[in-house]
Every structure is written in structure tokens, then in C-alpha cells.
Design a protein around this ligand. Structure first.
Ligand code: FES
Length: 280
């Protein structure tokens, strides 16, 4: 059992959980994920790690109560325990294999949408400690859905915020800010985008025009998380890859986003039915 040490509401229906999971914390790296199961017959929910502390043995996740299972997870309170908290799974971010000289002074641009602001946090921490220059664009539908702004601001050189309705920061999409930064002459060694699939697709299209290497973290459907079931398959550079073992991070310019989005929406109607049943 994995005890919840801290629960914090970051925004309506978005919660941060700090979970006691020393074995996961010990080997976790930026970019990896865990699969959480709230109770015995619960669905397995993949969540990218939002922070970890190897000393205290805790791992942080951020989850949005969108579907039936995520609502159950979000109903758990401090002191409760999740039955499963498997990980760390997937490949760490590529930059953890870089020579420190390859990071020091390099300029990274992170683009995070919605709860995608959570998984960039351990990446920013890691790169900041090694002397990278970090610009971040965070986007959300409206001000109340922006999360972790203060924590992220502490770690970065420049923070830009965009909301679709203009209630905070730039009015519009993160890709408009990205285009503006590039058109003003900002040069980046790498862009990392994490957020809704449609946002990552549009970031990939923008950066491809300027030939900026770009990584995305794919939030596909997952079942076993071990490369056996095939649920998380995506096409990257014309080849079938499994997000859970080959990813979740891939070269954005090689991902078939249209296929990935179709697969992601495959069970939407079943999910809606389940939500209705739960609410009855
Ligand atoms: Fe089953 Fe990736 S979740 S193969």
C-alpha cells in the first residue's frame, strides 16, 4: 500500500498527491511515469512523475478528475493509501544522458498545457542544477486552471503565461507565444512540449518550420505499462513504438499525431457511459 502524505488542490478538479513510495523515488528520473491503481479492481492510470525526493522517499503526482477512475483517485485523502503505485516506468528524458557540458548554457524552451505543467517541474529542476537557460510557456483555458506557476517561476529564466480567454497573461494559445518568441530572434537548442495531444501537434508543426529539435511526452492509453498489451502503440518515424517502454518522450517531428489522437478518443463513449453510471 502507498500512503498519501500530502494532498493539495491546485485548481478546480486538479490535485497534487505526495505519495510514500521509497523504491520508486530512489530510481526515478525526469520524464518517467507511474501507474496508479486506487483500489483492487480500479483502473490502472498512468501519470507522469511531477517530483520525487530520494531522501524522504516520496513521489509527487498531479491528476485531473476527468474520467470515472481519475475522479475516484482524486477522492482519496491524506492518510489514505493507493493499492498500486508502480514505477518508475518508461524512459527518462534524453537529456539525463547528456554530458554536463552539453547542458550548461544550453537554451531550452518548455511548452506546457494544462496539467502538463506538472511533469515539466522535475525536468526544469534537473536542467537548472546543471546550468541550462530555461524559458517556459504555460497555457491553460483560463486563469483558475493555471497550476504550479510559483514553483515553476523559481526555477526558470523567463516564464510566459497564456490563457485561451485572456483572463491571465497573453490571450491565446501557447503556440502563438512560441511563434512570437522565435520571430523576435530567440534561439533555442531544444523545445520540450507536454500537454494535450492537439497542443503538442501544433507545437511540433511550429518548431519543424524553424528546424528546432523538439520532444513531446505522449499521454496515450495504457493498460499494463510493460510493452505487452499494445494499448499504447504509436507510430513514430513510420515505425510502431510503445509509449510505455519506448517513450513516453519522442521526437515530435516524427510522431503521427493524427493516429495518436484517434486512438486516444477510441473509448470516449464508454468512458462517458461509465461516468453517467457513477453519477446515478
Ligand atoms: Fe501495454 Fe504499453 S501499456 S504495451
Amino acid at each position: 500500500m502507498f500512503k498519501i502524505l500530502r494532498k493539495r488542490e491546485l485548481a478546480p478538479d486538479i490535485y497534487l498527491f505526495e505519495v510514500e513510495a521509497p523504491r520508486v523515488a530512489k530510481t526515478a528520473n525526469p520524464g518517467q511515469f507511474v501507474i496508479v491503481r486506487a483500489y483492487d479492481k480500479g483502473e490502472r492510470i498512468p501519470l507522469t512523475i511531477a517530483d520525487y525526493d530520494k531522501r524522504t522517499g516520496s513521489v509527487t503526482i498531479v491528476i485531473q478528475a476527468l474520467g470515472a477512475s481519475t475522479r475516484v483517485i482524486c477522492s482519496f485523502e491524506e492518510g489514505d493509501s493507493f493499492v498500486d503505485f508502480a514505477g518508475p516506468l518508461g524512459q527518462p528524458s534524453d537529456f539525463i544522458h547528456f554530458d554536463p557540458d552539453k547542458i550548461n548554457g544550453k537554451r531550452f524552451l518548455f511548452v506546457a498545457g494544462g496539467v502538463g505543467a506538472a511533469p515539466i517541474y522535475p525536468q526544469l529542476k534537473y536542467l537548472k542544477e546543471r546550468g541550462a537557460v530555461l524559458d517556459v510557456i504555460i497555457g491553460a483555458r483560463s486563469k483558475e486552471l493555471l497550476i504550479l506557476l510559483d514553483e515553476i517561476r523559481e526555477k526558470v529564466d523567463n516564464l510566459y503565461v497564456a490563457t485561451n480567454d485572456g483572463s491571465f497573461g497573453y490571450k491565446g494559445f501557447v503556440t502563438c507565444v512560441l511563434e512570437e518568441l522565435i520571430s523576435k530572434g530567440n534561439q533555442y537548442d531544444q523545445v520540450i512540449a507536454i500537454g494535450p495531444m492537439v497542443m503538442m501537434k501544433s507545437v511540433a508543426e511550429s518548431t519543424k518550420k524553424y528546424s528546432i529539435p523538439t520532444i513531446v511526452s505522449l499521454n496515450t492509453l495504457m493498460i499494463d505499462g510493460t510493452g505487452m498489451c499494445g494499448a499504447c502503440r504509436v507510430t513514430v518515424n513510420g515505425k510502431i513504438r510503445f509509449t510505455c517502454v519506448d517513450g513516453p518522450e519522442f521526437n515530435a517531428h516524427e510522431v503521427d499525431f493524427d493516429e495518436a489522437m484517434l486512438r486516444l478518443n477510441m473509448y470516449r463513449s464508454e468512458e462517458q457511459k461509465r461516468l453517467v453510471d457513477i453519477e446515478r
